[in-house]
Write a protein that binds this ligand. Structure first.
Ligand code: HXC
Length: 260
């Protein structure tokens, strides 16, 4: 399938999805949100893909936000639909079976930071800049940022970011736990691919169930989350990969996981 605003590349068991509107700093307009939703939906049904990398094209931006020019003409009802379209995409990414790594190669602002926050792991280039500048435009965040940011960095820090619209750099994002790692910008994509390969070499069903337990658990109380964990733990005892993984350890050999 060909898209107008995104690129999709496959490298062994890893799919790299690149938002490709560099002239608009990869701003998310309706078409881009729809194309991303379509590709995420397709990847969910593609069992040969074990890890997804999400990044932006060009030197300057991951995603500089939702498309301000497109939003400018929206009615309140259209604005609600647009917000919900983005929210559905973020939820789709979060519930995708495969882990998603955001390789943040520049500005991650507004809807761009919200997109990164829907990913499982965030890696940043040292040139990355972050923020939720919506209040500069007279709007609040609208793709889940008011909900995910406090969950990730605590409500005090999230309030400061969302209410001041101040931008901050990759080191500050790292200090507050918003990104996992910071790399020289020329190393970012290579490091993201290396991490994706490490994850892709693990038992795919165990990886997917781990993601699922983290994601579902975030919306559950501790006891319910543990109940879910015990269920997915038991489920892996049906798999060949569990038997082969244990056998390889006990026999001091190696195994290649097959995802069954
Ligand atoms: C549309 C955008 C854009 C955006 C940049 N561009 N961000 N177009 N929507 N979010 C366009 C510019 O208009 C410009 O187009 C080109 O990209 C390059 O941007 P410049 O501003 O010339 O670059 P620079 O001076 O380097 O400044 C970079 C920047 C700035 C600091 C990132 O572009 C900026 O502040 N962008 C807006 C950031 C923002 O407010 N994001 C939140 C959006 S609201 P031309 O044609 O002039 O070359 C949001 C809400 C989400 O995300 C929820 C919705 C429901």
């Amino acid at each position: 399938m060909t898209y107008s605003n995104i690129l999709v590349e496959y490298h062994e068991q890893i799919a790299t999805v690149t938002i490709n509107r560099p002239k608009a700093l990869n701003a998310l307009n309706t078409v881009t949100l729809q194309e991303l939703s379509q590709v995420v939906h397709d990847l969910a049904n593609n069992s040969s893909i074990r890890v997804v990398i999400l990044t932006g094209s060009g030197e300057k931006a991951f995603v500089a936000g939702a498309d301000i020019a497109e939003m400018n003409t929206k009615t309140p009802m259209e604005a609600r639909s647009f917000s919900q379209l983005g929210q559905r995409l973020m939820n789709l990414i979060e519930s995708l079976p495969q882990p998603v790594i955001a390789a943040i190669n520049g500005f991650a602002l507004g809807g761009g930071l919200e997109l990164a926050m829907a990913c499982d792991i965030r890696l940043a280039g040292e040139n990355a800049r972050f923020g939720q500048p919506e209040v500069n435009l007279g709007i609040p965040a609208g793709f889940g940022g008011t909900q995910r940011l406090p969950r990730l960095v605590g409500s005090g820090r999230a309030s400061e970011i969302l209410l001041t619209a101040d931008l901050f750099d990759a080191q500050e994002a790292f200090r507050m736990g918003l990104v996992n790692r910071v790399y020289p910008k020329e190393d970012l994509q290579e490091q993201a691919m290396a991490m994706a390969k490490r994850i892709a070499s693990k038992a795919p069903i165990a990886v997917q169930l781990t993601k699922s337990a983290i994601y579902k658990g975030a919306n559950m109380d501790l006891i319910s989350g543990q109940d879910y964990e015990a269920e997915v733990f038991a489920l892996t005892f049906h798999t060949e990969d569990r038997k082969n993984g244990f056998r390889a350890f006990l026999e001091k050999t190696q195994t290649e996981f097959l995802g069954k």
